[in-house]
Design a protein around this ligand. Structure first.
Ligand SMILES: NC(=O)c1ccc[n+]([C@@H]2O[C@H](COP(=O)([O-])OP(=O)(O)OC[C@H]3O[C@@H](n4cnc5c(N)ncnc54)[C@H](OP(=O)(O)O)[C@@H]3O)[C@@H](O)[C@H]2O)c1
Length: 241
């Protein structure tokens, strides 16, 4: 059995989550990764030694299944990193799809982290090196909401708020913090014009990349005296507007 307790991270199938998972594995850190869709990248993580658990995080049954799968894999955890997230503009019709969208965002951004934290807290308390962290990846838009994405922003803001409650409740044994990314990775759907507009309002003028988020996560894991706090990783974008 490994001398280290594993880190559990959600949403490792692509982009930021995949990058953080690869970086932690490369450092020899035992990893349990959650994914939703099976891809070649998931197979590559498995080949690199990650334990993978699959599931939908927006439903009660899905979250409970992910929780049970993690509990079946380990009796201690070094950290939980909540990275999984859904991102679409808010529907404007008051129809069934709007209710479904809000439920989905509420489920993935708030209920799933809440349930996983509560269900896995006993494992964090058994962390083999005595340190334990929960890191919620939110968004700079929790403080500067984008009205076109108000359901996304409000549920991420809810997670930011929950993070403070967990930090108070789980102290002194577990540190709980957030990372607030700005424009770290554009989507394929972002046009060249979109990218230029965003970067022109970002003082450091570049897309930050997934490594910038990994470095923030790493610094929280390495720091024994930070809780109830947030690291903004946005190239200065939130101070510029
Ligand atoms: N990229 C940025 O510039 C940026 C900016 C601000 C904040 N952030 C935050 O940083 C984190 C990573 O960003 P990203 O761009 O890498 O995100 P992403 O590309 O949207 O990936 C999100 C991950 O979450 C999983 N996921 C989504 N909905 C799910 C559900 N209902 N159940 C289970 N898993 C689900 C996805 O699984 P599938 O692969 O199966 O879809 C995917 O692996 C997110 O929390 C995001 O909100 C990113």
């Amino acid at each position: 059995m490994s001398e280290q307790s594993p880190i559990f991270i959600t949403g490792v199938g692509r982009r930021v989550g995949l990058h953080i998972a690869r970086r932690l594995l490369a450092q020899g850190c035992p990893l349990i990764g959650h994914y939703r869709s099976e891809t070649d990248d998931i197979a590559s993580l498995r080949d690199a030694g990650a334990v993978l658990v699959q599931g939908e995080l927006s439903t009660r049954d899905g979250v409970m299944s992910v929780l049970q799968q993690v509990l079946a894999q380990t009796d201690s955890l070094r950290a939980i990193i909540h990275n999984a997230s859904s991102y679409t503009p808010t529907r404007r019709e008051l129809d069934d799809d709007l209710f479904a969208q809000y439920q989905l965002f509420f489920g993935v951004h708030m209920v799933a982290p809440y349930v996983l934290n509560e269900g896995l807290q006993p494992l964090l308390l058994k962390s083999k090196d005595g340190n334990a962290d929960i890191i919620h990846i939110t968004d700079i838009n929790v403080r500067r909401p984008n009205p076109e994405y108000d359901i996304y922003c409000s549920t991420k803001a809810g997670l930011e708020n929950l993070s403070i409650s967990f930090a108070k409740r789980y102290a002194p044994r577990i540190q709980v913090n957030t990372v607030q990314p700005g424009p770290v990775m554009f989507l394929d759907s972002h046009s060249e014009e979109d990218r230029k507009r965003v970067l022109s309002r970002t003082p450091l003028q570049i897309e930050g990349g997934a490594e910038a988020i990994y470095l923030a996560v790493r610094s929280l894991l390495d720091n024994h005296y930070t809780t109830g706090s947030s690291i903004v990783v946005d190239g200065g974008r939130s101070m510029a507007e």
